[in-house]
Design a protein around this ligand. Sequence first.
Ligand code: CP
Length: 305
Amino acid sequence: MNHFTNLNTLTDTEVMGLIDQAISFKNGTADIPTQKMTVANLFFENSTRTKSSFQMAELKLGWSQIIVDPSGSSTAKGESLSDTLKTLGAIGVDAAVIRHRQTNWYVPLLTDDSGLMPILINAGDGSGQHPSQSLLDLMTIYEEFGHFAGLHIRIVGDLSHSRVARSNAEILQRLGAEVSFAGPTAWYPEDFNQFGSFVKIDDGLEDIDVMMMLRVQHERLSEVADEQFDPASYHRIYGLTRDRYQRLAPQAIIMHPAPVNRGVEIADELVEAPKSRIFKQMANGVFARMAILSSVVEAKHAVTN
Ligand code: CP
């Protein structure tokens, strides 16, 4: 695995290997790889969790890092992503962690053999994939239940704009979970039918193991849709309210990739409720990203030796 762009292109064994590795880093039982790299972190879209936890993972691995702020770089003068990466490669950067508003930003770059960056890591592409978030979500579920097969996982909310939903739905279904979706019909992409069923949020709530709530992505809504959006009615119809929380089974957990619109997709006080694993997800993100970085450096080392 030279690049890490889409968790769903990995085999089940590779995904489970990454989960095990992440848990071993968390438990302190994994060896830190002896190979070191210099990583450039390029976030063309805003981020708190992904950016900070990749940086933290790089520090914990003892790697060097440089932060490239796109708004203060030559991107603002029109330099292409490809040329930016060739430049960073030329000055000695080994890997680039990239978040970009363009869905599939990495696809044309994977076939470019003109001296581009040796390793590309996708930190979120438009409404496409968010593989490191998906890995930390899998890690969190696996720590809780010890398996995926037969779990009832409901993903709720702004499905059409969510790279988290797309990344997670496919891999969770492949690993044997029963996935269902809920939220506004207008925000349901038809192609999600291949991963699970579209239901009402209240259907069979008592049988759900994982309620995965999604942020309403105001920045991806049209101006008209955003103006018409009513947070109170959204919360009542599609949100995780206190009443819905009370109906969940004893073992059920709630997740959210964050940032959270408190009081919209989830009631304010439920963010810190006993069933919430939202801050555990954030903590696990560091170890999941350590596993990703270790796997790419090991793959690079295996190729060059
Ligand atoms: N969950 C997530 O991707 O958060 P950030 O946008 O803050 O990185």
